[in-house]
Design a protein around this ligand. Structure first.
Ligand SMILES: Cc1ncc(COP(=O)(O)O)c(C=O)c1O
Length: 377
């Protein structure tokens, strides 16, 4: 009864775990900060709702917010203006808008394996074919440019990159960003750079793709920066000409992004980044706890994440990652099996440290006990 494209996409492995979880399970599967949004942001949302800001707004977003985003991007490219920015109803919508705007049936799109769960399904929904490029632990989850070259065909339209990465936490050094830009320019590929974790960085310096490359689209989101995942607000930055095209598709998906949430995040930008910095500081402490506890487990290897709030350990225990995640679920801990992010995640688990230190310790104790049992076999 449903369309062929609907049959071709699967339910996300993350959601499946979540929905099968017993009540009171310790959630190490969370893809969202366990923080409240900054108080100025919440107050501003309430004021907007109380003062009549409950109506449709411009499809590309409120002018003042687009302007503010453009100003924030001016240090990456001084020519960035409001017309380069489209405010979307989440990073997820932004990704779908990009897929439907860019991909034709038959096109090929380079996507990371392992990578965020929407890239490949969105390519398929647009009729394109995802071509997976490997990110392996041995190379600290950094892309191999020689492999990328080999994967390009005359049909390749774009490359999706994500730094810092969900699920690996790896971040590209500036030299890698430059090499990818050189590769994409030479092969005439559009770079779709998902930068939703740019503010959550522990080591090294974040390098944006904006201001580099001949065809670059940045996908971003307020979800993680302001801990407002439920508000559904993100944005795209692209050339002015491409932004006009993206806005057409965005309009047909969403009409316009939510008005009160836009007013609120604008207030958040104006209040400064102290709340985000404090959140990252706490994540940093939890990252150390997780790193220490994982390293003490038998058969586990870890690449410390440079950004985001995930760690992607390789687990060398009896049983697949899915079996491990299911067994842990039965013992009261939610984790995400690495193959939810692609075939190369198959020996990994994704653990989120966006949960309290106490829950992390309790959850990892259960993981360790299970690991000790499975390694002794
Ligand atoms: C890499 C990445 N991109 C995009 C998103 C989408 O974020 P949202 O739709 O909440 O803006 C997420 C959410 O987890 C993500 O991890």
């Amino acid at each position: 009864m449903v369309a062929e494209r609907t049959r071709r996409v699967e339910i996300s492995g993350i959601r499946r775990m979540f929905e099968a979880a017993p009540p009171n399970a310790i959630n190490l599967g969370l893809g969202e900060p366990d923080f409240d949004p900054p108080p100025e942001v919440v107050a501003s949302l309430c004021r907007a709702v109380q003062n009549g800001g409950n109506h449709y707004g411009p499809s590309a977003g409120l002018s003042a917010l687009r302007e503010k985003i453009a100003q924030r991007y001016a240090d990456r490219d001084p020519s960035t203006v409001r017309e380069n920015v489209i405010v979307t109803a989440s990073g997820s919508e932004a990704l779908m808008t990009v897929a439907l705007t860019l991909y034709d049936p038959g096109d090929e799109v380079l996507v990371p394996n392992p990578g965020f769960v929407l890239y490949a399904p969105h390519a398929k929904l647009a009729g394109a074919t995802p071509v997976y490029y490997p990110l392996v632990e041995k190379q600290k989850f950094q892309p191999d440019l020689d492999v990328l070259e080999q994967l390009v065909t005359p049909k390749t339209k774009a490359i999706v990159v994500n730094s810092p990465s969900n699920p690996t936490g790896a971040m590209f050094p500036e030299s890698t960003v430059e090499r990818i830009v050189e590769f994409a320019n030479r092969r005439r590929l559009t770079i779709i750079s998902d930068e939703v974790y740019e503010d959550i960085v522990y080591t090294g310096k974040f390098a944006s793709f904006w201001g580099r490359g001949e065809r670059t689209i940045v996908v971003n989101s307020f979800s993680k920066t302001f801990a407002v995942t439920g508000w559904r607000l993100g944005f795209l930055v692209a050339s002015k000409a491409l932004a006009v095209e993206l806005n057409k598709i965005h309009y047909h998906i969403m009409a316009c992004p939510p008005t009160p949430a836009q007013v609120a995040v604008l207030a958040g930008y104006e209040a400064g980044d102290e709340a985000t910095r404090a959140m990252v500081q706490e994540f940093r402490a939890r990252r150390s706890i997780v790193d220490r506890l994982l390293r003490a487990m038998p058969g586990v290897s870890v690449v410390p994440p440079a950004g985001a709030f995930y760690v992607f350990p390789r687990i060398d225990w009896d049983g697949s990652a899915t079996e491990t995640a299911q067994a842990l679920l039965a013992r009261g801990v939610i984790t995400t099996p690495g193959d939810a992010f692609g075939s190369l995640g198959a020996s990994h688990l994704r653990l989120s440290f966006a949960t309290s230190r106490a829950k992390l310790r309790a959850g990892l104790e259960i993981v360790r006990d299970y690991g000790v049992e499975r390694s002794a076999r």
